[in-house]
Design a protein around this ligand. Structure first.
Ligand code: GRF
Length: 204
């Protein structure tokens, strides 16, 4: 149910791969669980299932990468243009495998979220994505891992932490088992966090 006190979020999602978080956010908006609209999906990977899912969902999708814009500043500019023309007031990175350019960061600083599959600041930074994260968590013998939603800054995984949840690492966990459990939690957690932002409970 949409509360009268919620603010409709105009969300642009960046996704490079599978797009389960993206799909969860699109679905929650359409069900009315989240007062928002996914205005566009941007990917640097033209073959990503995320772009295909966006197409199927009828969400405007854009392949913007070094292939379509070989100059970094032109790519940055093109991304800014899509964000502005889509009416984005919040940007949600969901498995986006590229750093954002200075223009996008300047224009949307404080309104760009990312989701990361560990309890940052642990197990973040360059090269720490997907199963690489779950492998080091298991190898380190951690009993608890989790999900972090944070603001995006110039460097990977360094921005202010907005919200975290813990997930138990079980004795028999393999990388695949743990990654599946964390991803399922991520999908719900991203939606819940956006909902709290739309309700003004979390202020960006
Ligand atoms: C998630 O594990 C997210 O934490 C990380 O990339 C993965 C994206 O998964 N940043 P999906 O494409 O949303 O399924």
């Amino acid at each position: 149910m949409k509360s009268e006190n919620t603010k409709k979020l105009h969300i642009v999602i960046f996704a490079s791969h599978t797009g389960t978080n993206m799909q969860a956010i699109i679905d929650a908006c359409r069900r009315g669980d989240l007062n928002g609209e996914v205005c566009a999906v941007i990917s640097n990977n033209s073959n990503s299932p995320a772009l295909e899912k966006a197409r199927i969902a009828g969400v405007p999708e854009y392949h913007l990468s070094n292939k379509t814009f070989p100059e970094e500043d032109e790519l940055d500019e093109a991304i800014c243009k899509v964000l502005t023309e889509s009416g984005a007031d919040i940007v949600a990175l969901a498995g986006y495998m590229k750093k954002l350019g200075p223009k996008v960061l300047k224009q949307y600083r404080g309104r760009i979220l990312n989701i990361h599959p560990s309890l940052l600041p642990k197990y973040g930074g360059e090269g720490m994505y997907g199963n690489h994260v779950h492998k080091v968590v298991i190898d380190a013998g951690e009993k608890t891992t989790g999900v972090t939603i944070h603001l995006v800054e110039e460097e990977y995984d360094t921005g202010k932490i907005i919200r975290q949840c813990e997930i138990e690492v079980l004795g028999g966990d393999t990388i695949d088992i743990l990654s599946k459990r964390v991803l399922e939690r991520e999908n719900a957690f991203y939606v819940e966090t956006l909902k709290l932002i739309s309700e003004g409970v979390i202020k960006l």
